[in-house]
Design a protein around this ligand. Structure first.
Ligand SMILES: Cc1cc2nc3c(=O)[nH]c(=O)nc-3n(C[C@H](O)[C@H](O)[C@H](O)COP(=O)(O)O)c2cc1C
Length: 159
């Protein structure tokens, strides 16, 4: 089985979670590639934050950088996003829309400050179909490394 982990991260939490998922898979001798989805729109600072929330709420797409790996070459795609205003980020919305025809089996994960994950997963499911499994992680738990058991359980369920 080969797995692609694609994720967007504005401030690094979702990236950390993606790398932790990768590490667990590597220990199981599963071939994994990671792809960070890059939003070409500047999301920095307070203005970036406010516009990011608005764009997500309005279900806007954005421009993303070219990808390195095509989902069609993998048995499973694990997609990660931060929750923005109870929605999927524009970068991951765009990624899923652009490549949905290449996607077979998915699992979703998100990081958040305390809520909005089920609506975010619904957003993703609307585009890419029903995932095999979902994983929701609090940003604080990722920072404090309290999320590793959740990751292990998530991977047990999808493998
Ligand atoms: C524009 C914006 C909107 C957010 N909206 C929510 C929200 O609705 N619910 C929530 O729990 N956290 C929300 N957050 C917090 C992030 O989801 C959370 O901190 C996440 O782990 C950040 O991931 P990152 O570091 O990979 O960018 C929001 C953050 C941003 C920047």
């Amino acid at each position: 089985m080969n797995i692609l982990i694609s994720y967007y991260s504005r401030t690094g939490t979702t990236r950390k979670a993606a790398m932790d998922i990768k590490e667990v898979l590597n220990k199981k001798d599963i071939e994994v590639k990671t792809e960070e989805i890059i939003d070409k729109k500047n999301r920095d600072g307070n203005t970036g934050y406010v516009i990011a929330g608005k764009d997500a709420l309005m279900k806007k797409k954005t421009e993303i950088k070219d990808i390195s790996y095509h989902p069609e070459n993998f048995d499973m795609l694990i997609v990660g996003t931060p929750v923005w205003a109870g929605k999927v980020t524009p970068a991951i919305r765009t990624y899923l829309e652009n490549y949905k025809d290449e996607i077979s089996q998915t699992a979703f994960f998100c990081t958040h400050g305390g809520g909005g994950e089920s609506k975010t997963f619904n957003d993703m499911q609307e585009i890419a179909g029903e995932p095999k499994e979902v994983l929701s992680l609090r940003d604080k738990d990722v920072e404090e490394r309290k999320h590793l058991e959740d990751i292990s359980n998530f991977l047990e369920r999808i493998l």
